[in-house]
Design a protein around this ligand. Sequence first.
Ligand SMILES: *Cc1c(COP(=O)(O)O)cnc(C)c1O
Length: 463
Amino acid sequence: MKYISTRGGIKPIEFNEAVMMGLARDGGLLLPETLPAVDQQRLLAWENLSYQYLATEVLDLFTGSMPKLDLDEIVECSYSSFRHPQVTPVRKAGDLYILELFHGPTLAFKDVALQLLGNLFEYELKKTGSFINIIGATSGDTGSAAIYGVRGKERINIFILHPHGRTSPIQALQMTTVRDANVFNIGVNGTFDDAQSIVKEIFNDLKFKDQYKLGAINSINWARVLAQVVYYVFAYLKLQRAGFDSVDFSVPTGNFGDIFAGYVAKKLLPEGCINRLILATNANDILTRFVKQGEYSIKGEVTTTCSPSMDIQIASNFERYLYYLRDQDGAKVKEDMAAFAAGSALDLTGVREQVKRDFVSRSVSEEETIETIGSFYRDQDYLLDPHTAIGVRAGQELQEDRPMICLATAHPAKFGDAVQKAVNQDVELPPALAGLANMEKRCEHLDADVDKIRQYVQRHALQ
Ligand SMILES: *Cc1c(COP(=O)(O)O)cnc(C)c1O
């Protein structure tokens, strides 16, 4: 299995190279040259596999030359940190099925991908004898999942900048209580945008970047998408075992990462297994407008909502879907992305019918989100986090006569303020979070000054 760029500007590369490269060198995103497919017979053979065995089987279709035994070990290790034996269990709640993706170490679905990515990095670096210094800025969620993905690993140091005092207290604690020697938390005196632009500036210093082998953790790494394909297949198989042969998924979406994994899963499984993919957004509805009208365009500023992990203006993984919309023509995608960069808008009305076959979309308001958390708690005795509530609301409204599986992307306690507002009572902290406040913390406070932060990184970087 070789990997190519959505913009057609690189020679095909191997899976391991794709993982280490992250963003393609021509500025595009990496994708498999052809998408694999499995038949009904294979699905039946997979029906009773544990999450881990299934993950090895699915990943093996995409990794190519990697020995299956090694893959098996990496998968075992990645999901041993999950608190549920089924890793991502499916629960029935009323007419819906909830796919719980929040049993990892930081209680959000990004753990599913970042635990695997950390182990893939470690495996590859050990093989090549190399090292990496990961630098990233976070407004909260991704930072902690990335830190937990690589904590304690050899040949990897990680530097995470967060805006000091501007993340939720729990998010800050999740990061700063990790005291492994390879983890460096930097609380920046400034905003998330300040932190992000400092990281960008450091990456733009190519001499520095090459010397210290800087790596990124953003959601465009192919391995992150791939790890997420597994739970769609896992959930489908559960329902198949219960006698269904076709399901819908409802996915709360920000950067188009999670829903794109669903798109890959839909193509992987026999026709019709995944019937519809419901793309649910909050007030930041660029993707809903795209599905409904065929225009992909930025409108106004980012709106702050109670589902902050979906507060985005442009969706970084969208380009992967665009590649298929353009019949895998990299030159066309490159043209499109240049047009989008120049005008903040892309007219895709010509392929609107295809988009409508691939996705159904719904944007959910703040009031509807809070209302859904409240009513779902009353009716099902089940607490939804605000991101999950958006998918559930869309799923309820668009349900047809087949199972609707809603992805639960975070534990409700992680966004306790919004949940408390909806149900009028305190949300109990799970043990993993309850103990954090009393733990020792490690964090460097620095001004939002690129030179100071670069010097700090330099002093603590692997080399
Ligand atoms: C990141 C995140 C999302 C959005 O995922 P995308 O891959 O960006 O679509 C949804 N919910 C939670 C809790 C998240 O952390």
